[in-house]
Design a protein around this ligand. Structure first.
Ligand code: ADP
Ligand code: MG
Length: 316
Protein backbone atom coordinates (compact mmCIF):
# COMPACT_ATOMS: atom_id res chain seq x y z
CA UNK A 1 0.00 0.00 0.00
CA UNK A 2 2.74 2.45 0.86
CA UNK A 3 4.87 2.33 -2.24
CA UNK A 4 7.70 4.78 -2.35
CA UNK A 5 8.14 7.33 -5.06
CA UNK A 6 11.58 8.59 -6.06
CA UNK A 7 11.00 11.95 -4.41
CA UNK A 8 11.46 12.70 -0.76
CA UNK A 9 8.47 11.13 0.89
CA UNK A 10 7.22 10.50 4.36
CA UNK A 11 4.17 8.45 5.05
CA UNK A 12 2.01 7.71 8.00
CA UNK A 13 -0.72 5.14 8.37
CA UNK A 14 -3.45 5.64 10.92
CA UNK A 15 -4.99 2.28 11.76
CA UNK A 16 -8.45 2.34 13.23
CA UNK A 17 -10.05 -0.18 15.54
CA UNK A 18 -13.08 -0.14 17.77
CA UNK A 19 -13.43 -1.53 21.24
CA UNK A 20 -16.28 -3.68 19.91
CA UNK A 21 -16.55 -7.48 20.10
CA UNK A 22 -15.10 -8.25 16.69
CA UNK A 23 -11.89 -6.29 16.52
CA UNK A 24 -10.09 -5.82 13.28
CA UNK A 25 -6.41 -6.12 13.83
CA UNK A 26 -3.78 -4.04 12.18
CA UNK A 27 -0.48 -5.59 13.17
CA UNK A 28 2.61 -3.52 12.77
CA UNK A 29 4.10 -4.12 9.38
CA UNK A 30 7.70 -5.11 9.00
CA UNK A 31 9.99 -2.19 8.54
CA UNK A 32 11.41 -3.21 5.25
CA UNK A 33 12.25 -1.09 2.28
CA UNK A 34 10.98 -1.98 -1.14
CA UNK A 35 13.70 -4.04 -2.87
CA UNK A 36 13.59 -2.03 -6.04
CA UNK A 37 15.32 0.86 -4.35
CA UNK A 38 18.66 -0.97 -4.15
CA UNK A 39 19.29 -0.10 -7.75
CA UNK A 40 18.91 3.59 -7.13
CA UNK A 41 21.20 5.71 -9.26
CA UNK A 42 21.57 8.48 -6.72
CA UNK A 43 24.34 7.54 -4.24
CA UNK A 44 23.08 10.01 -1.62
CA UNK A 45 19.80 8.19 -1.44
CA UNK A 46 21.50 5.12 0.06
CA UNK A 47 21.92 6.99 3.33
CA UNK A 48 18.42 8.32 3.30
CA UNK A 49 17.14 4.79 2.86
CA UNK A 50 18.34 3.92 6.33
CA UNK A 51 15.85 6.31 7.86
CA UNK A 52 12.50 4.92 8.76
CA UNK A 53 9.87 7.02 7.15
CA UNK A 54 6.74 4.96 7.52
CA UNK A 55 4.97 5.05 10.86
CA UNK A 56 1.89 3.17 11.94
CA UNK A 57 -0.36 4.75 14.55
CA UNK A 58 -3.37 3.11 16.08
CA UNK A 59 -6.53 4.87 17.21
CA UNK A 60 -9.27 3.05 19.03
CA UNK A 61 -12.61 4.86 19.08
CA UNK A 62 -14.94 4.81 22.09
CA UNK A 63 -17.98 2.53 22.10
CA UNK A 64 -20.98 4.24 20.56
CA UNK A 65 -24.16 4.84 22.59
CA UNK A 66 -25.76 1.90 20.84
CA UNK A 67 -22.87 -0.37 21.62
CA UNK A 68 -22.94 0.75 25.24
CA UNK A 69 -26.68 0.17 25.53
CA UNK A 70 -26.37 -3.35 24.20
CA UNK A 71 -23.60 -3.99 26.72
CA UNK A 72 -21.06 -5.37 24.31
CA UNK A 73 -17.96 -6.73 26.00
CA UNK A 74 -14.82 -4.67 25.67
CA UNK A 75 -12.14 -6.81 24.13
CA UNK A 76 -9.60 -4.20 23.13
CA UNK A 77 -7.57 -2.11 25.51
CA UNK A 78 -4.92 0.46 24.75
CA UNK A 79 -1.76 1.27 26.61
CA UNK A 80 -0.69 4.61 25.21
CA UNK A 81 2.54 4.80 27.21
CA UNK A 82 3.72 1.37 26.15
CA UNK A 83 2.36 1.98 22.67
CA UNK A 84 0.52 -1.30 22.64
CA UNK A 85 -2.96 -2.62 22.01
CA UNK A 86 -4.13 -5.69 23.92
CA UNK A 87 -6.83 -7.90 22.46
CA UNK A 88 -8.49 -10.22 24.93
CA UNK A 89 -9.46 -13.58 23.59
CA UNK A 90 -10.87 -16.68 25.17
CA UNK A 91 -9.72 -19.90 23.55
CA UNK A 92 -11.04 -23.15 25.06
CA UNK A 93 -12.00 -21.35 28.28
CA UNK A 94 -8.52 -19.95 28.64
CA UNK A 95 -7.79 -16.27 28.40
CA UNK A 96 -5.24 -15.68 25.69
CA UNK A 97 -4.32 -12.04 25.28
CA UNK A 98 -2.56 -10.82 22.20
CA UNK A 99 -0.45 -7.71 22.18
CA UNK A 100 0.28 -5.52 19.18
CA UNK A 101 2.82 -2.72 19.06
CA UNK A 102 2.60 0.47 17.05
CA UNK A 103 4.60 3.66 16.68
CA UNK A 104 1.89 5.44 18.65
CA UNK A 105 -1.36 4.35 20.24
CA UNK A 106 -4.36 6.57 20.94
CA UNK A 107 -7.04 5.17 23.22
CA UNK A 108 -10.79 5.91 23.18
CA UNK A 109 -10.38 9.12 25.20
CA UNK A 110 -7.92 10.71 22.75
CA UNK A 111 -9.23 13.95 21.31
CA UNK A 112 -8.94 15.09 17.71
CA UNK A 113 -6.65 17.88 18.75
CA UNK A 114 -4.13 15.79 20.64
CA UNK A 115 -3.89 13.26 17.82
CA UNK A 116 -3.26 16.08 15.42
CA UNK A 117 -0.70 17.82 17.58
CA UNK A 118 1.24 14.67 18.41
CA UNK A 119 1.05 12.75 15.17
CA UNK A 120 0.18 14.99 12.24
CA UNK A 121 1.57 18.45 12.96
CA UNK A 122 5.20 17.24 12.62
CA UNK A 123 4.36 15.84 9.19
CA UNK A 124 2.81 19.10 8.05
CA UNK A 125 6.02 20.86 9.08
CA UNK A 126 7.90 18.49 6.76
CA UNK A 127 5.56 19.39 3.92
CA UNK A 128 6.46 23.03 4.46
CA UNK A 129 10.13 21.99 4.26
CA UNK A 130 9.47 20.61 0.79
CA UNK A 131 8.73 16.95 1.46
CA UNK A 132 5.89 14.92 0.00
CA UNK A 133 3.97 13.29 2.84
CA UNK A 134 0.95 11.03 3.00
CA UNK A 135 -1.41 10.08 5.81
CA UNK A 136 -3.63 7.04 5.27
CA UNK A 137 -6.57 6.10 7.47
CA UNK A 138 -7.06 2.36 7.36
CA UNK A 139 -9.66 0.25 9.17
CA UNK A 140 -12.98 -1.49 9.00
CA UNK A 141 -16.13 0.50 8.20
CA UNK A 142 -17.40 2.26 11.32
CA UNK A 143 -14.05 2.42 13.11
CA UNK A 144 -13.65 6.19 12.71
CA UNK A 145 -11.58 6.83 9.58
CA UNK A 146 -13.75 9.64 8.25
CA UNK A 147 -14.21 11.05 11.74
CA UNK A 148 -10.44 11.15 12.14
CA UNK A 149 -9.67 12.59 8.71
CA UNK A 150 -12.61 14.99 8.30
CA UNK A 151 -14.44 15.19 11.60
CA UNK A 152 -16.34 18.43 11.84
CA UNK A 153 -15.03 20.26 8.79
CA UNK A 154 -16.90 23.46 9.30
CA UNK A 155 -16.51 25.82 12.13
CA UNK A 156 -17.93 29.11 13.18
CA UNK A 157 -16.02 32.12 11.91
CA UNK A 158 -13.12 30.02 10.65
CA UNK A 159 -12.24 28.66 14.10
CA UNK A 160 -11.67 24.96 14.49
CA UNK A 161 -14.14 23.02 16.60
CA UNK A 162 -13.05 20.29 19.00
CA UNK A 163 -14.48 17.81 16.49
CA UNK A 164 -12.39 19.04 13.56
CA UNK A 165 -10.30 16.27 12.04
CA UNK A 166 -6.93 16.04 10.33
CA UNK A 167 -7.89 17.77 7.07
CA UNK A 168 -9.22 21.07 8.44
CA UNK A 169 -6.46 21.19 11.05
CA UNK A 170 -3.72 20.63 8.46
CA UNK A 171 -5.16 23.37 6.28
CA UNK A 172 -5.20 25.72 9.24
CA UNK A 173 -1.64 24.90 10.28
CA UNK A 174 -0.26 25.42 6.78
CA UNK A 175 -1.89 28.83 6.42
CA UNK A 176 -0.97 29.92 9.94
CA UNK A 177 2.71 29.08 9.47
CA UNK A 178 3.01 30.65 6.04
CA UNK A 179 1.20 33.78 7.13
CA UNK A 180 3.36 34.08 10.24
CA UNK A 181 6.49 33.78 8.09
CA UNK A 182 5.11 36.40 5.77
CA UNK A 183 6.00 33.92 3.05
CA UNK A 184 5.46 34.41 -0.65
CA UNK A 185 3.45 31.28 -1.34
CA UNK A 186 0.74 29.71 -3.40
CA UNK A 187 -1.34 26.66 -2.80
CA UNK A 188 -3.41 24.21 -4.81
CA UNK A 189 -5.83 21.58 -3.63
CA UNK A 190 -7.46 18.56 -5.22
CA UNK A 191 -10.07 16.26 -3.71
CA UNK A 192 -10.99 13.02 -5.42
CA UNK A 193 -12.82 9.83 -4.77
CA UNK A 194 -11.86 6.45 -6.14
CA UNK A 195 -14.82 4.11 -6.35
CA UNK A 196 -15.32 1.03 -8.46
CA UNK A 197 -12.18 1.73 -10.53
CA UNK A 198 -13.46 5.20 -11.34
CA UNK A 199 -12.13 8.53 -10.18
CA UNK A 200 -14.60 11.25 -9.30
CA UNK A 201 -13.49 14.83 -8.90
CA UNK A 202 -15.10 16.04 -5.69
CA UNK A 203 -14.21 19.65 -6.50
CA UNK A 204 -15.65 19.80 -10.00
CA UNK A 205 -18.13 22.65 -10.36
CA UNK A 206 -21.77 21.96 -9.59
CA UNK A 207 -23.70 20.46 -12.44
CA UNK A 208 -27.24 21.75 -12.34
CA UNK A 209 -28.42 19.89 -15.40
CA UNK A 210 -31.63 17.89 -15.21
CA UNK A 211 -29.75 14.61 -15.61
CA UNK A 212 -30.14 12.01 -12.87
CA UNK A 213 -27.88 12.80 -9.95
CA UNK A 214 -25.89 9.54 -10.22
CA UNK A 215 -24.62 10.81 -13.54
CA UNK A 216 -24.11 14.31 -12.28
CA UNK A 217 -21.70 13.45 -9.49
CA UNK A 218 -19.48 11.63 -11.97
CA UNK A 219 -16.87 13.40 -13.99
CA UNK A 220 -14.36 10.99 -15.47
CA UNK A 221 -10.74 11.62 -14.60
CA UNK A 222 -8.06 9.65 -16.39
CA UNK A 223 -5.17 8.14 -14.47
CA UNK A 224 -1.97 8.11 -16.49
CA UNK A 225 1.80 8.03 -16.16
CA UNK A 226 3.77 11.03 -17.29
CA UNK A 227 6.77 8.97 -18.42
CA UNK A 228 8.97 10.42 -15.67
CA UNK A 229 7.77 8.06 -12.99
CA UNK A 230 4.94 10.24 -11.76
CA UNK A 231 1.24 9.67 -11.91
CA UNK A 232 -0.92 12.23 -13.60
CA UNK A 233 -4.65 12.74 -13.23
CA UNK A 234 -6.06 14.25 -16.37
CA UNK A 235 -9.22 16.24 -15.97
CA UNK A 236 -8.84 16.76 -12.23
CA UNK A 237 -9.82 20.20 -11.04
CA UNK A 238 -6.87 21.89 -9.34
CA UNK A 239 -8.13 24.82 -7.31
CA UNK A 240 -5.78 27.60 -6.32
CA UNK A 241 -6.67 28.75 -2.85
CA UNK A 242 -5.79 31.91 -1.05
CA UNK A 243 -7.42 31.64 2.36
CA UNK A 244 -8.39 29.11 4.98
CA UNK A 245 -12.06 29.85 4.51
CA UNK A 246 -11.78 29.23 0.80
CA UNK A 247 -10.37 25.74 1.43
CA UNK A 248 -13.03 25.05 4.04
CA UNK A 249 -15.72 25.93 1.53
CA UNK A 250 -14.16 23.59 -1.04
CA UNK A 251 -13.88 20.82 1.51
CA UNK A 252 -17.47 21.15 2.43
CA UNK A 253 -18.48 20.98 -1.20
CA UNK A 254 -16.35 17.88 -1.73
CA UNK A 255 -17.44 16.12 1.45
CA UNK A 256 -21.10 16.79 0.73
CA UNK A 257 -20.68 15.49 -2.80
CA UNK A 258 -19.29 12.32 -1.32
CA UNK A 259 -22.27 12.06 1.02
CA UNK A 260 -24.73 12.69 -1.81
CA UNK A 261 -23.19 9.89 -3.80
CA UNK A 262 -23.40 7.73 -0.73
CA UNK A 263 -27.11 8.08 -0.11
CA UNK A 264 -27.66 7.25 -3.75
CA UNK A 265 -25.31 4.37 -3.99
CA UNK A 266 -25.92 2.75 -0.65
CA UNK A 267 -22.94 2.94 1.68
CA UNK A 268 -20.60 3.92 -1.07
CA UNK A 269 -18.07 5.41 1.34
CA UNK A 270 -17.28 2.01 2.79
CA UNK A 271 -16.12 0.99 -0.67
CA UNK A 272 -14.50 4.20 -1.85
CA UNK A 273 -11.21 5.88 -1.14
CA UNK A 274 -10.98 9.65 -0.90
CA UNK A 275 -7.78 11.60 -1.40
CA UNK A 276 -7.38 15.24 -0.42
CA UNK A 277 -4.12 16.77 -1.64
CA UNK A 278 -2.58 20.13 -0.81
CA UNK A 279 0.42 21.31 -2.82
CA UNK A 280 2.33 24.25 -1.39
CA UNK A 281 4.81 26.37 -3.29
CA UNK A 282 6.96 28.73 -1.25
CA UNK A 283 9.34 31.22 -2.83
CA UNK A 284 12.67 30.76 -1.08
CA UNK A 285 15.18 33.16 -2.55
CA UNK A 286 16.02 34.85 -5.76
CA UNK A 287 19.48 34.03 -7.14
CA UNK A 288 20.26 36.44 -9.94
CA UNK A 289 17.14 36.35 -12.05
CA UNK A 290 16.24 32.82 -10.98
CA UNK A 291 13.64 32.14 -8.35
CA UNK A 292 14.06 29.19 -6.05
CA UNK A 293 10.71 27.65 -5.19
CA UNK A 294 10.19 25.01 -2.55
CA UNK A 295 7.33 22.63 -3.24
CA UNK A 296 5.76 20.23 -0.76
CA UNK A 297 2.74 18.01 -1.05
CA UNK A 298 0.42 16.57 1.57
CA UNK A 299 -1.90 13.68 0.69
CA UNK A 300 -4.65 12.90 3.19
CA UNK A 301 -6.26 9.59 2.36
CA UNK A 302 -9.48 8.11 3.76
CA UNK A 303 -9.30 4.52 2.54
CA UNK A 304 -12.21 2.23 1.76
CA UNK A 305 -13.27 -0.03 4.62
CA UNK A 306 -10.56 -2.64 5.09
CA UNK A 307 -13.24 -5.38 5.01
CA UNK A 308 -13.33 -4.91 1.25
CA UNK A 309 -9.72 -4.03 0.79
CA UNK A 310 -9.18 -7.04 -1.45
CA UNK A 311 -11.58 -5.60 -3.97
CA UNK A 312 -10.09 -2.13 -3.72
CA UNK A 313 -6.89 -2.99 -5.53
CA UNK A 314 -4.70 -2.01 -2.56
CA UNK A 315 -1.75 -4.32 -2.00
CA UNK A 316 0.80 -4.95 0.74
P1 ADP B 1 -15.49 5.04 9.02
O1 ADP B 1 -15.22 6.24 8.19
O2 ADP B 1 -14.24 4.32 9.45
O3 ADP B 1 -16.47 4.09 8.39
P2 ADP B 1 -16.76 6.92 10.79
O4 ADP B 1 -15.68 7.93 10.85
O5 ADP B 1 -17.91 7.23 9.91
O6 ADP B 1 -16.16 5.49 10.39
O7 ADP B 1 -17.23 6.64 12.29
C1 ADP B 1 -18.36 5.86 12.62
C2 ADP B 1 -19.15 6.56 13.72
O8 ADP B 1 -18.41 6.64 14.91
C3 ADP B 1 -19.53 7.97 13.35
O9 ADP B 1 -20.82 8.25 13.83
C4 ADP B 1 -18.49 8.82 14.10
O10 ADP B 1 -18.98 10.10 14.41
C5 ADP B 1 -18.25 8.00 15.34
N1 ADP B 1 -16.85 8.13 15.83
C6 ADP B 1 -15.75 7.66 15.21
N2 ADP B 1 -14.64 7.91 15.91
C7 ADP B 1 -15.04 8.57 17.01
C8 ADP B 1 -14.35 9.13 18.15
N3 ADP B 1 -13.02 9.04 18.28
N4 ADP B 1 -15.10 9.75 19.08
C9 ADP B 1 -16.44 9.84 18.97
N5 ADP B 1 -17.14 9.34 17.93
C10 ADP B 1 -16.46 8.71 16.97
MG1 MG C 1 -15.87 6.72 6.27
Amino acid sequence: MMSMTPDQSKKVGLGMVTASPSPFLTPRPERRRPESRGSDRNPHRQDKDKETNVQVLLRCRPLSDDEQRSNVPKVVSCNENKREVIVMQTVANKQVDRVFNFDKVFGPKAQQRSIYDQAIAPIVNEVLDGFNCTVFAYGQTGTGKTYTMEGGMRNKGGDLTAEAGVIPRAVRQIFDILEAQNADYSMKVTFLELYNEEITDLLSPEDNSPRPIEERVKKPVALMEDGKGSVLLRGLEEESVYSVNEIYALLERGASKRRTAETLLNKRSSRSHSVFTITVYVKETVIGDEELIKCGKLNLVDLAGSENILRSGARE
